[in-house]
Structure formats: C-alpha cells, structure tokens
Design a protein. Structure first.
Ligand code: CDP
Length: 238
C-alpha cells in the first residue's frame, strides 16, 4: 500500500466535500483534515474578541498560535468530532450563519493563509491524508496524488445546509442560505490569494444526484487507476 497517498478535495460551499472526504478517508484508512475548520476557527476568535476580520496584521498571529484541537466526539449530538479552542467546545459555534457570513473575509488575507497553509502542510507530512478545502490541490498540496473538485448546483447546496441546520434544531431559510452561499463563493473565487478554482489536473465530481457510497466508489476507482503501477490499494468498507 502507498503509505503517503495524498488526496486533495476542493470545491465551493456546501458541495458535500466534508462528508465525502471523511468517507473516502475511512475507506483509505487515511487521516482526514478539513481545512475549513481552521479558517472558521480564526473567524470565531476574531468575532469573539471583537477583532477586525479584515486585519491581517492582527489575525495572522492568531492563525499561527491559536490553540485549536480536534478530538473524538465528547457529546453524542450528531457531531463527528469535537472542536476545541482554548478548551472551549466550539464544534457547532464554528457552523453558525454569522461565521458562514464572515469566514471568507479572514480567509482572503495573505498572512492568515500563509500561517494556515504552513500548519496544514505540517499536519499532512509523512502520512496518508485526505485534505478538504478550497486551495488544497492548487496551493497547499499541489503534488497530491489525486485531486477532486466537488460541485453541486447552488440550490442543492443551500438545501443541504438548511437540512443540516434543521437537524440541529435551528431555523433555516433556504433563500437566505442560498444568498449567503453565493456571496461566499464569489468572495472565495474572486480573492487575489489562493482563490477557489479547480486544479488543472483535478477530477470533477458533481454530487447533485449521487449517494456518498457512489461518490466513494467512484473516487476509489480514480485513485486505483492513478496509482497505475503494481501498487495495490488496500481499502476498508465504510
Ligand atoms: O463547509 P463549507 O463548504 O461551507 O465551508 P468550509 O469548507 O468549512 O470553509 C469555510 C470557508 O473557509 C470558505 O468559505 C473559505 O472562505 C475558507 N477556506 C479557504 O479559504 N481555504 C480553504 N482551504 C478552506 C476554507
């Protein structure tokens, strides 16, 4: 098996990257790193401390020194893991509409991106990894063995986000979410540093009408082919 198999998954908001990435990582027995969590954490700290979400000089030190931990679930409320900032449980706090509305502003700052990219590369060193984000195949891990660019139409994405919020007992207006998603995509794709775009060698995956199992089966096939050589891919049922 390929010990350092590196998979990059990018795509716009709510395209289903995180669930797909987690399932693929399980099948490949890889570590899954969702880079959006790190940008959300910087944003959470900025909002919690009243910091300007567009002030790179203030936020890049926050990005390089924040105490962010991702641990096994501490509460059985549908979460896949627990996220802590300075020991405070922010698992759902990182997923509020306010964070959704704000996150693409700190994410556009070059110093913040440099700090986060460095940490992500460090985490991915010497390990089998599936990393999910916006610029993983283009900037963070340009030498990834396989790159996926995951999309779905904006209505599907807004509906999925609304379902997620409702599952947690929160109100969700699909029209508002759709507006927020489109705004975020526009900012993420329009920024000067590491904009959202498919890597030239990414395999495109449209998830509107696919189950997670079908996505993982497709991805495993792509990974297997791309390894070409005599390497055998060991996988696990998900
Ligand atoms: O889950 P969803 O697709 O809505 O978002 P996410 O992956 O948690 O990412 C939240 C935000 O972080 C994005 O809208 C980007 O502004 C930023 N981000 C980024 O700039 N680069 C990454 N590699 C990952 C996330």
């Amino acid at each position: 098996m390929n010990a350092h198999l590196v998979i990059a998954i990018d795509g716009p908001a709510g395209a289903g990257k995180s669930v797909f990435g987690a399932a693929l990582a399980r099948a490949l027995q890889s570590l899954c790193i969702d880079s959006g969590i790190v940008y959300r954490a910087v944003t959470w700290i900025a909002l919690a401390h009243g910091l300007d979400p567009e002030d790179d000089a203030t936020l890049s030190p926050v990005a390089s020194s924040m105490n962010l931990q991702i641990v096994p679930p501490t509460v059985q409320d549908g979460r896949q893991f627990t996220i802590l900032i300075d020991s405070q449980d922010v698992t759902w706090g990182l997923r509020t509409p306010e964070i959704d509305r704000t996150v693409s502003r700190p994410s556009a700052l070059p110093g913040v991106r440099r700090a986060v990219t460095e940490q992500l590369r460090h985490l991915a060193r010497d390990t089998r990894v599936v990393m999910v984000g916006r610029d993983i195949g283009t900037v963070v891990l340009p030498d990834a063995d396989v790159k996926f660019y995951v999309t779905a139409n904006p209505e599907t994405r807004a509906r999925r986000r609304a379902d997620e919020l409702q599952a947690r007992g929160q109100e969700a207006d699909v029209a508002d979410i759709l507006r927020s998603i489109i705004e975020r995509d526009t900012r993420d794709s329009g920024r000067a540093t590491a904009p959202l775009r498919p890597a030239h060698d990414a395999v495109h995956l449209e998830t509107d009408n696919l189950t997670i199992d079908a996505e993982v089966a497709f991805a495993l096939d792509v990974v297997q082919r791309s390894l070409r050589s005599t390497t055998t891919l060991e996988t696990k049922d998900v």
